[in-house]
Each structure stands twice: as C-alpha cells, then as structure tokens.
Design a protein around this ligand. Structure first.
Ligand code: F6R
Length: 632
C-alpha cells in the first residue's frame, strides 16, 4: 500500500550516518563492478551539508578497505557564479576538502562547472560540459541533495524538464540557506552554473539524500503531483531513482505520519495520540468533539474496533494533552499531582540549562528559564560553544572602535593592547571573502557573545557563578565545518555536571541537524550523562533530562510531554531578553532559509504551539514552550 502514496522508492534509515553509509556502499559497489569490467565509473556529485558524511564514508573506504578511485570520472552539479575556485565557499574547494584531496582520483577526471568563466563564454562552456558528460558515456550514478524549495542542483522551482547546463538566478531562500558559508547574505553570489533537469534525468541511476528538517519537501516530491514548481517531483518520471532519507526527513510521508493508512499498526498510546491529534487538527475539531463517524471516515476504523467508542479514546488523548501543560517546569511544590510532567520534590531544584550557542537558552526556552528562576530554583546555564563565528566583521569593528576610543579617552597607553587593536582593525579592513579570522579576532568575537550571554542571565535574575562558558573545543576550528565530538568536550561536560549535580537538565534536542553544532552539543551531553551513570554517581539516578528544540523548529504537537504557558507579559519579557543579543540582531547569518529574526521566530513558534493546544480544545494561552523528556 505504501507505493500507492509514494511515487518514488524511499529507503528510510535510523540516522543520517546509516543512510550515508548505504549511499557510499552503492557508489563503492559500482566503482568496483566497473573496475572488474575494466571500465570507467562516471559519477554525478553534489555538494552542501547533506552529502558530507557520505564523502567521509568514501574516504574511509579508500583508506581502510582499499577502494580505489583510479577509474572514477566525476561531474559536479553546480558552482556559484562568479566565484574564484580557491575561495573556501566554492564547490571546487568543497569537493577537494571533503573527497578529492583524500582519494586517488586522477585530477583530470574531475569536472566542476567553473565560477571563473567570463560571462560571455559561459554558454560555450555549458555546452562543452554537457558534451564532456556525453563523451564519457553519460552519468552512471547521480547523487543529489534537495533544497527546501525542492531544487535539485541549482534548478530552482520553475526550471524546465528540458533544461540543460546553464547560468541561473538563485532564489532568495536558497541564498539565505547558503549564507552560513559566507560572511553574510549580501556576499552570497546571486547566480550559479548548474547542470539542468534534463542532464540529471539522463543519469542511469539517481540517489537523492535528505536528512532532518527536509521532511515537508521530501513528502511533496515523493507523494505530490509532478510539477516544475517542485523540481524534485520531476524525478517521479525517472525509472531508477531512490530517495535515501533518515527518520526525521521521512516524518511527513504518509506511511510515517499516518501509518494506519498504509498498513496495520500496533495501537500504542503514542500512536493513538498521534492519530487522534492529527485527525482533530485536520478536521478543525477539538479532540472531545470527534465522533465515531470521524474515526471511520479518516481511516481509523481499526482503532475503534480495538479500543471501543470514540469518546473513550478522545478522553484518553485529551487527558494526555491536559496533563502536559504546566506552569511549574521545576514541579509544583507541596502538591501531589500524579500525572504532572515533573516531580514536586525536591524543591527547590538545581536546574542546568545547556545552551549550544550563547543565545539558544533565551530564544528557545526563555519563558521557562525565567519561570524556573522566579519559582526559586537554582538555575545554571552552560554555554557550550563560543558562537564566535556568527559575529560579523562589521559588528566586531564597532567594538574595536570602542576599545580604541576608550583608550584615547582615558589616555591609556598599553602597547600590547594598541597592537592587538590596530592589527585586528587592519586585518578586518583588508579581509578577503575566503580568509579566516585571526585567533585574536575570534577571541574578541567570542568575548562579545559572552558579554551578551552574561547580560541575559543578569536580566533573568541570575548571579555571577550561575553561568558557565564551556568553549567546547570541537567548535573552535575557525571555520563553518566543525570537528566531531572529542574526549575533551566530554571531559569538560562531565566535570561541570559533577560539580553542579543538577536535578534537571535542559538541552537542545536537535536530533536531526546531522552536521551542525547543536547535534554535537547534544551528543556530548548524552555521552557525558551515560558515562556518569555507568560510573555509578548517585545523583544522576534522579536527574531528569528535558529537550527543547533549537532555534529552527518546534516539537511536533503529538510528541510534546511538557508545555509551559506564557502570559503576554512574559512574551514581552522574553523578547527583550532576546534583544540583548545585539550581535545576532538584524543580520542573522545562520538562519537557514528563514529570513525572520530570532525573536520573531521564537514568538511565532510559541504562539503557534499555544494555538494548536487551543484548537485541540484546551485553554488558549498567549504562548507556550515545549519539551520532550529523554530517558537514559
Ligand atoms: C549541491 C546542490 C543543492 C543542494 C541543496 C541542499 O550541489 O546542488 O541542490 O543539494 O541545496 O543543500 P544542503 O545539503 O546544504 O541542505
């Protein structure tokens, strides 16, 4: 039955790493098969964050399993225009950094559209690129990622199925999504050279990879109509295309979202909650108003057969929703409420909020943060990384000017400080787009963010000693690409946990986000807690972990286990708390494809959660923050 919904085969993996391993194996098998036949293997390759771990796997296979790339010919999908090859952001650099520099490929077999071509020559070069692909016998296996708007390569919505390699205009959402690799959005090239949809469709086999937050566009491409408005949906017309996705990216497929429509399911309480809430939202009815008729009409007849009358099921779900709402994130003192999300004792609690960047605490759980403090708990915040990469050069220059002015004003004459300031100002003034910051500039950027974070803690009411800057080393590469979790990251985190012995820990539960900082930050906490537990520390037996979502999304309404309401005043107070992070205001370099500022996103997200609860028939609050518990 799955296939009646899915018009492209989809293989779902538990994690992006498993999916990447699978894709790498497909490539390796093909390379080896061609080697046996004494033939070349022609690969179409993609860039972006998605295929990075697949390339890592390939490099590993080369090193450890002797996979040779001598017979491999590659054609990359695209390149920014104009952009020098050597720029760190170029796809030429990307491919060398992640793959070519680490394997034995013959450099003459590498083809990447060139962002240095003169505009008047581009047409000719594009024709040559197509001709080169044909001359190699066509692409055997094309790897693709997918943009949030459904683009493949840089074929934005509206691209024709007949399109070939050409110069294209990038959509604003694409430029915003890719701004993370540049200093800011204005530095992202407006144009790109991309192979066309017809070029992609000619590949003998296609594997499209998608992880994490791509779920809506994956579902539209696989289950929706074939339309040039969703370029990836055109792949429905290819006869050997496979989507390789992780669980998060599969979340909107009918077989995952409404599995009862595609086969038999086991009606666990979680599954019932999911089915009933989704049905209520779809029908625009409060949970308690759903009828037997609604259940049968919406493919939930089986549930009625198994569990009885609709009203009984409605009540069960309604109570779950009702019991998840509480104004007492640290538990309600002197009260015995059996289904309350948190324990009432001990009171007060020691709560530790882990914030991956210096502002995630206030953005994602500012209301809860303030409530915890106001209700007398001892709240600590651990800022896991310095966040220095997200401070613009313009912003740091403002502070350098201030420091120079301060010295002038008071006649401070320190040669060391003067040298650092002058050098930093000069460096920034002459900085090229592909240049990394000096150590000093990075430290100053980090300091700016530390001051903002401390100011937020003071604003909430915390005292010195209640905020901790971890500066986890995995983050300090000076580039967008971070290191994986290391021993030192875990050691520092275990040390802090043991020092504070919290009763409650909050952390950014961005379980998707395969390469991002949030995921590493989360892995570090999970690993630290598991080790502490294994080593038998007593306090950890009773330490609860609550996951908030990072700045990008909210938990699905069907998953939320603790919802903390906010009054209109608290919403305003949170807004001002976010404003303290001035370096992140106006120009937000890492906002994904969403151009709203952080405070706007936070407010809309919290209002949206409150509205969803109200639509389901619960009390209408102004805003709500949401949490899911992690058991370990
Ligand atoms: C990359 C490319 C793009 C990306 C897409 C997703 O060569 O052509 O189509 O695959 O923009 O990007 P990430 O993987 O960064 O989410």
């Amino acid at each position: 039955m799955v296939t009646s919904y899915e018009k492209i085969p989809v293989q779902i993996f538990g994690t992006p790493q498993q999916g990447s391993r699978f894709a790498a194996e497909q490539i390796a098998n093909l390379i080896r098969a061609r080697q046996m036949e004494g033939r070349k293997c022609v690969l179409g390759l993609a860039t972006g964050s998605t295929p990075i771990s697949m390339y890592k796997e390939l490099v590993k296979m080369h090193r450890e399993e002797g996979l040779s790339f001598r017979n491999v010919v590659t054609f990359n999908l695209d390149e920014y225009y104009p952009l020098e090859r050597e720029a760190v952001q170029s796809y030429w650099s990307f491919m060398h950094r992640h793959l070519f520099d680490h394997v034995d490929i013959d450099r003459r077999n590498i083809h990447i559209p060139n962002g240095e071509w003169r505009q008047e020559d581009i047409k000719r070069h594009c024709l040559e690129y197509e001709a080169q692909i044909d001359a190699e016998g066509g692409i055997d296996l094309q790897i693709l990622g997918i943009g949030n708007n459904g683009h493949i390569g840089f074929n934005e919505p509206g691209s024709s199925i007949y399109s070939k390699t050409r110069l294209v205009n990038l959509e604003n959402s694409t430029r915003i999504a890719n701004a993370k690799d540049f200093q800011n959005i204005s530095k992202v090239p407006r144009l790109a050279i991309t192979t066309g949809i017809s070029t992609i469709m000619k590949a003998r086999r296609i594997i499209l990879l998608a992880w994490g937050f791509k779920a809506p566009i994956v579902a539209r491409s696989v289950e929706g109509d074939v339309t040039e408005q969703v370029p990836a949906s055109l792949l429905q017309q290819h006869n050997d295309c496979l989507f390789v996705v992780d669980e998060q990216a599969a979340a909107e497929l009918t077989r995952v979202k409404s599995p009862w429509l595609t086969g038999e399911v086991e009606w666990t309480p979680k599954m019932i909650r999911k089915a009933v809430i989704n049905m209520a939202l779809k029908l625009g009815k409060p949970v308690l108003s759903l009828t037997n008729h609604d259940y049968t009409e919406n493919g939930l007849g089986d549930l009625l057969v198994e569990k009885g009358d609709a009203y009984e099921i409605n009540l069960q779900v309604y109570y779950l929703l009702r019991d998840s709402i509480t104004g007492w994130p640290g538990g309600k003192p002197n009260a015995n409420i059996p289904h309350h999300p948190e324990r009432s004792t001990p009171h007060p609690k020691r709560s530790l909020i882990f914030s991956p960047h210096p502002d995630d605490d206030i953005i994602s759980m500012g209301g809860t943060f303030m409530r915890l403090h106001d209700q007398g708990h001892e709240v600590h915040v651990a800022y896991q990384t310095s966040g220095n990469i997200a401070v613009t050069d313009e912003f740091v220059t403002r502070f350098l000017d201030f420091a120079v002015g301060f010295e002038d004003l008071f006649g401070i004459d320190s040669e060391k400080s003067r040298t650092i300031l002058q050098e930093a100002r000069q460096y920034l003034a002459d900085k090229k787009p592909n240049q990394l910051d000096t150590d000093e500039i990075r430290q100053i950027k980090g300091l700016i963010r530390r001051c903002e974070a401390a100011a937020t803690c003071r604003y909430v009411g915390l005292k010195e000693g209640q905020w901790h800057f971890q500066n986890l080393p995995f983050y300090e590469t000076g580039t967008i690409t971070k290191n994986p979790m290391g021993e030192e990251d875990v050691r520092l985190t275990m040390e802090l946990l043991r020092q504070l012995k919290p009763h409650q820990v909050y952390c950014a539960g961005d379980l998707a986000d395969p390469h991002g900082t949030h995921k590493v930050c989360l892995d570090v906490i999970f690993e630290s807690l598991r080790r502490i537990k294994a080593e038998g520390d007593e306090w950890v037996q009773d330490c609860w972990v609550w996951l908030y979502k990072g700045a990008w999304q909210e938990w699905d309404i069907t998953e939320i286990e603790m919802a903390i309401p906010m009054s209109p005043d608290q919403v305003m107070k949170k807004r001002y708390g976010i404003f303290i992070h001035q370096s992140q205001k106006d120009m937000v370099p890492f906002q994904g494809s969403d151009s709203r500022e952080f405070w706007q996103r936070a407010e809309e997200r919290n209002a949206n959660t409150a509205n969803l609860f109200a639509r389901l028939g619960l009390t209408q609050y102004a805003a709500m923050e949401a949490f899911v518990r992690w058991h370990y």
